[in-house]
Design a protein around this ligand. Structure first.
Ligand code: ADP
Ligand code: MG
Length: 174
């Protein structure tokens, strides 16, 4: 039975983009914890945060992680999924966890180029480039702690997918 593959990393690192491509290459299902949350609550991340605060959002996020965990599934996780020790442990114990690693400047450039794809309110209210430096400084150790493998996410998405397949020693379906 194929273990789930969890993708962790900051906003913009490519969890959704790479996750969909990886799932299709492997013939796995694809799930996204943010999308799961939005579907089950019928609210956006921004709406949930506005109504219940970040704490309320984080609680729902943990439940979403458990709900989407299934065999032969690639799971894109929210950028803050690793904040809770229980989430890090859940992922490590239930599957293979891959950290999509990218520099703050690269993440900021991607998010600035496609702001409409990013429904999430900024964490600090400060410019995105500054925020990414701050977020990575605070979370890089947690992404490492959560993951079994680290992959360079600053390459073309196809190369990121290839690296993940190689690092997990999974045969491509093609
Ligand atoms: P995440 O789900 O981790 O927040 P996304 O997959 O939504 O990240 O990607 C954020 C933005 O960056 C999207 O516009 C996407 O097209 C772009 N992107 C993602 N991965 C790459 C990559 N490896 N190279 C260039 N652009 C990328
Ligand atoms: Mg995403």
């Amino acid at each position: 039975m194929a273990l789930p593959i969890y993708l962790v990393g900051a906003r913009g690192c490519g969890k959704t983009t790479v996750g969909q491509a990886l799932a299709s290459a492997l013939g796995y299902a694809f799930r996204d914890t943010d999308h799961h949350l939005q579907q089950t609550t019928r609210r956006t991340v921004a709406d949930i945060v506005a109504a219940e605060g970040w704490d309320g959002f984080r609680q729902r996020e943990s439940l979403a992680l458990q709900a989407v965990t299934a065999p032969a599934t690639v799971i894109a996780t929210g950028g803050g999924m690793v904040l809770a020790a229980a989430n890090r442990q859940h992922m490590r114990e239930h599957g293979q966890v891959v950290y999509l690693n990218a520099e703050a400047s690269v993440l900021a450039a991607r998010l600035a180029a496609y702001p409409e794809q990013d429904q999430r309110p900024t964490l600090t209210g400060r410019p995105i480039a500054e925020e990414m430096i701050e977020v990575l400084a605070a979370r890089d150790a947690l992404y490492h702690d959560a993951s079994h493998h680290v992959v360079n996410a600053m390459q073309h998405p196809d190369s990121v997918v290839e690296d993940i397949i190689n690092i997990l020693a999974l045969a491509s379906a093609s």
